[in-house]
Design a protein around this ligand. Structure first.
Ligand code: ADP
Length: 262
């Protein structure tokens, strides 16, 4: 019946949400475990003076994990998330140490900030999760090391480009995470946003990262696109709605938007 169908759809949505939260929660636990390991090593080496930093990192990840469980509780009470004007460059600089530690050695992270003074209208903790997930995917694509670039720019998408690419025309903040990794063949790009689609070995990938990022981008009134060439690397671009705050300057027109995979 129609009611059963609605119920099934609701269960599916809840399953996706909780699975997604479990995924993020697990990333944060990995950060805490990593920091605790480092503390143990430093103490064994008699370098007690170094542990303060790692304690801070563990505390930060624990705080983020608590924020995640609050989101789950908020959802179960049917509260909706409220997006707010978010200084994305500031958000990135506040989390980049944690990201560097999570991706580990052998991978350089280059940050190119180009937003000031613009803000995005998004949920900041969801944006942090998205950035962390994108950097973890980039790391996983570079088993022999490489370079991650996190770049922000202010842009304008004109009506012609927008309609050819299923966008709303207007001002966006573009946040991209690029890597020098394996890249993705077209059949992987086509399925990358599907929940539970993963090419990673059992136990290593949940296939929820990109589907959650897609959901976050769409719910925020934005978009997400993948540019990738096997052997050359991958760029995932988030287009976030800009909070204008009275600023009317348009930003540079952006035309190099990937088509949505079909
Ligand atoms: P998971 O990372 O758990 O597999 P995702 O939804 O984040 O789930 O990603 C789905 C798939 O997309 C990955 O298994 C991988 O094949 C591909 N992918 C995602 N990001 C990248 C990247 N930066 N480089 C190469 N492949 C990627």
């Amino acid at each position: 019946t129609e009611e059963q169908l609605r119920q099934a759809q609701k269960m599916e949505a809840v399953g996706q949400l909780t699975g997604g939260l479990a995924h993020d929660f697990n990333n944060l636990l990995t950060g805490i475990t990593g920091a605790l390991d480092l503390i143990k090593k430093r103490l064994a080496q008699g370098r007690a003076a170094d542990v303060g930093r790692y304690l801070d990192m563990a505390a930060t990840s624990a705080g983020r994990a608590a924020a995640l469980t609050h989101r789950l509780l908020a959802f179960s009470r049917r509260q909706t998330l409220d997006p707010k004007p978010t200084d994305v460059d500031h958000l990135i600089s506040g989390m980049i140490d944690m990201v560097r530690r999570t991706v580990g050695p052998g991978i350089g992270i280059h940050v190119v900030n180009g937003l000031s003074p613009w803000a995005a209208l998004v949920d900041p903790s969801q944006l942090e999760n998205a950035i962390l997930n994108l950097c973890i995917n980039a790391r996983d694509a570079m088993p022999n090391g490489g370079q991650i670039t996190v770049k922000t720019e202010n842009c304008w998408i004109d009506a012609r480009t927008a309609s050819a690419r299923d966008f709303e025309a207007g001002p966006y903040l573009k946040l991209s995470v690029s890597d020098t990794g394996t890249g993705m063949p077209p059949d992987v790009i086509a399925r990358a946003f599907d929940p539970f689609f993963t090419t990673k070995p059992l136990g290593q990938g949940t296939g929820l990262g990109l589907s959650m990022i897609y959901g976050f981008a769409k719910q925020s009134g934005g978009q997400v696109r993948i540019h990738s060439q096997p052997g050359e690397g991958t760029k995932v671009a988030l287009y976030l709605p800009r909070h204008d705050g009275g600023i009317t300057e348009r930003g540079a027109p952006i035309e190099d938007i990937a088509a949505m995979p079909r």
